[in-house]
Design a protein around this ligand. Sequence first.
Ligand code: 0A1
Ligand code: ZN
Length: 878
Amino acid sequence: MSDQRHVISRKDYKEPDFFVEKVELVFDLEREVTNVKSRLFIHANPARGTGVDDEVFLYGEDMKLVSVSINERRLASGDFTVDQEGLRFTAPREAFIAEIETQISPANNTRLEGLYVSQSAFCTQCEAEGFRRITYFPDRPDVMATFKVTINADKSSCPVLLSNGNLIDSGDLDGGRHFAVWEDPFPKPSYLFALVAGDLACVEDSFKTVSGRDVALRIFVEHGNEDRCDFAMDSLKRSMKWDEEVYGLEYDLDLFNIVAVSDFNMGAMENKSLNVFNAKYILAKPDTATDMDFELIESIVAHEYFHNWSGNRVTCRDWFQLSLKEGLTVFRDQEFSADQRSRPVQRIKDVAQLRARQFPEDGGPLAHPVRPDSYMEINNFYTATVYEKGAELIRMMHTLLGSDGYRKGIDLYFDRHDGQAVTCDDFAKAMEDANDIDFTQLKLWYSQAGTPKLWWEGDYDADAKQYRITLTQKTDPTPGQGDKKPLHMPVSIGLLGADGNDLAAKTVELTQATQEFVFDGVTEKPVVSFNRGFSAPVNVMTDQPDAELAFLMGNDSDAFNRWEAGQKYATRLMLSAISNFEENDGNADAALNDVAVAVDAFIGAMQATLLNDGLDKAFRADALVLPGEEFISEQRKPANPDAIHQVRNALRKRIGVALMDDFENTYHQNASNAAFTPDALSAGQRALRATALGYLVASGETRFADLASDQYKASDNMTDQMAALSVLNHLDHPGRADALADFETRFAKDGVVLDKWFALQAMSSRDDTLARVKDLMGHPAFTMRNPNKVRSLIGAFAMGNPRHFHAKDGSGYEFYTDRLIELDDINPQVAARLCAPLGKWAKYDDDRAEMMKAALQRILAKEDISRDLYEIASKSAA
Ligand code: 0A1
Ligand code: ZN
């Protein structure tokens, strides 16, 4: 247990004692026992004045050490020590060569860190600390080396042999084997090393860079999936072009490889010139992937590609700086998507995601700063805070500096730090130096956890034609951080006149706890559009009257705030109805009747949005979606999952009944006979039609469930089929069983697509859901060893089905806890990520909170609990 409690602190950072200049690796690939030989060219860090007797420490875990030699002399067993953490020996006086031989077992690697087997292929995942499961090495990002990699493998089962950089040699060997030698000229940390070997199909294309170099682009997939790579390939080419145009960054090698694998802990990985992807974020064609899948593929392909500069050419000094690469790269991919699609719709999606994932994290037991101060297991810090809040921090710099100033800062950052491993402070310093600006206070966003609360109060002076607005900010304490300082944030404010036009608009810089700003020349008493574009990633606490929200929904020139006004309005309505529901013995209809006037006005505003042809269809689709159950449960304490579920459904039903004709028209007008294309415009049309179908079915009239069932049968694309299936999913209609059975048969052999089928059933609000989920664990396609399967069935149940997960009798918690305990022995990283929902106990009533805490205790009592799961469960239970 003491090992699990070992905490690593940012303040303890020390430069490495030794550097590795060059690594030569030779892999003899076999599924059961792979032999790895490494030659490390090591020298002492001159800055640290290392002495003769200094100990060299190389990290290593779960390997068999065969031999160690220094300068070609094999060390006797007394000359080195090896334990669970790594290998130690005494360094010679001068620079030296260490040769190390290890044996590892890819087939038995269920953690999917280091070298493992996915389907028939070998592949690696080294971020953050997987390389130390391949060989002994100073496995930390501030040790950067060039890599030369030789792969020997069976030629028939592994015709494709890949690693980073350029292929410099290949040929046949005895015994039906062959080899390939790869050399990466760019020094890199070990976490960016990758190797792939297997019998894979390849789809090829090329890209001409701005300076005229041809780059070969290849996507490797399982045989049979070649026809699902076009969109990913096109996304890659668009990303390469965008990075040249917007950031002036060109690709630096002559080839770029992507491999799609079925078994992967995360979304994808940016290994230098050899990106490895979760297959679900590469494979897509119209009849297997939804618009949302296409969108995700586009943004993840871009994200990994962008890492070539923001992450690989300039990397992190230590893992506390993770947001240096992740926050920046998420901001880059968000902006790429905004340019490729609709900017306001993209912003709405990004903010909705931030609120759904990051705000709860920041307000819960796992709250941590964008640049954490300590961790037990770094894999637990690939979080919404490091990624999405980190991106908001970069976005604020962009807002404060403007596009040109931001670009000057970026240029200086890459000029100054190319080839280095640096810190978040180094990034901010480049921004400051290039713009002659002081970001001392802004940098508190790196170190201070918690979502700030922001209030505003306005005062109009008709004589002076002035509008004064006073802003007040406060951040609540988070675990381990009591006192919070005021933050520096840009707040965009618009003032609307009665005709709906802007009387004035500006972005103010809030730096104090309370601060007043003045708008001059304001000719009438305005309606305030506050925090436009979500310029400050905060919780705005000030309520505006219903009438103002409805006005903003219909008039705000800032599309984001139009959406925001609708969300606020709906949230308030639902929260009062939920309180009524609790007071009147659980009658959702009566609960809504108590707020009937507001409901009617809200529906009127929804109707205006629905029928406003001046608005983008994708925007209208988003604006018509009510805030989700999880979001509502974040807004009240104790969250009451039953009440939230019933009230939200009852409100949907009212909207469906009231706007039935409009939704029917919308549904029929937006049918399309054209062949499916995944572009934003057609996707928006499909999304609006799906929203209409959802409300029609919610109205409760059976003919609309029939319509959904017909849509499932008639449509030729996955988007429309899933739209139909996801509304049928909660019903008793016979179309549900038919569609699910059809889906299962069609995609029985198609892991990525079948995952949708598992997830749907796990998220059904039907009473038999938990029993069904238990049954599905025995389905031939289900396995706890595949992270996508686990996330689709088990994860979707906990995260996408609040009503059943939080069932009053505790059945949801009990089932889930059993699964986490089982999973911890297979894949601790995924087990730890899935543990977070149990940590939300403080949001629930006493009975549920007790059961959730008991579940965490049961997890903590597990023998041999992993460091990953221990960290999350212990912090969540505290
Ligand atoms: N750096 C990758 C994400 C990633 C992180 C950790 C992994 O294993 C622990 C795998 C992938 C990205 O940001 O895309
Ligand atoms: Zn990333």
